[in-house]
Design a protein around this ligand. Sequence first.
Ligand SMILES: [Zn+2]
Length: 305
Amino acid sequence: MIDYCKFCGSSDLSQVEATERMFGIGGEFTYQDCGSCGSLQIAEIPEDLSPYYSDQYYSLQKLVYSPPLRNFLKQLRMRLFLATGSKRFEPSFGYWLKKLKPKFTDRIADVGCGNGQLLYELSVSGFKNLRGFDPFIPKDQIISNSLSLLKKGIEEADEMFDVIMLHHSFEHMPDPDVILKACYNKLNPGGKLLIRTPVTNSQVWKEEGTFWVQLDAPRHLIIPSTQGFKKASEACGFQLEDVVFDSDGFQFWGTELYKMGIPLNPELAKGKFSKETLDEFHKKALRYNQEGKGDQVCFYLTKPA
Ligand SMILES: [Zn+2]
């Protein structure tokens, strides 16, 4: 068992027992809660995690292609969005592009790309150099001239990038230090790293403990606090430019389902919440984000030039 916090190095760890709830498989998993920075980590990584990533797992679903006319409009929209930053043109898949401001010619990597849907959306929106990395996809795949998906980790990449992003894949990795260093090594000087992940700053975590839907035992191996993440990323040479909370109503309704003993299954969740309740959850999430107590963030980092 590890005896230090993987984010800040403190040995002030207390234990928390959590159970698998997304599919209702059950089982007990010990997490370590850092008394110094508040980050969480699983105490022992299960030898075989595959039973916890069934075919229903969202990121392993089939890529959906869109028709040429639709893609033309997506490109137009992206150009307007990057030029104006206007909410009117914001793509549903990427409000964070506004701050990241990639160029169409930038070399962009998505680490933990799953089926590559996000990269596909970027490619049909005009981005020219896109690579997906994911050791858990079935095989390498060339989607188009501008986009390929590779069955490997970013540390094995044979090219350098201007932008690397991790959209809710960071927390599935065993060691923050290893992935941060790998990203650092594959970024050009001045390059940008975007990490979107749950954080333990979450008020829901504080109030509801292991019912918190984004604890997601045992799939989430590490969940930083913003403080712990800052320390770990700066130790790897990154500059942490900004932290933006972007949690949504899921933190409330997902957690409520778990408290009712219901897994995350649309059929079973049907009718459990009224439209009014869901609207309330949405508003509460916006408030939590402003107050810095939502349950997920975007970390924007740069590798100094
Ligand atoms: Zn810590």
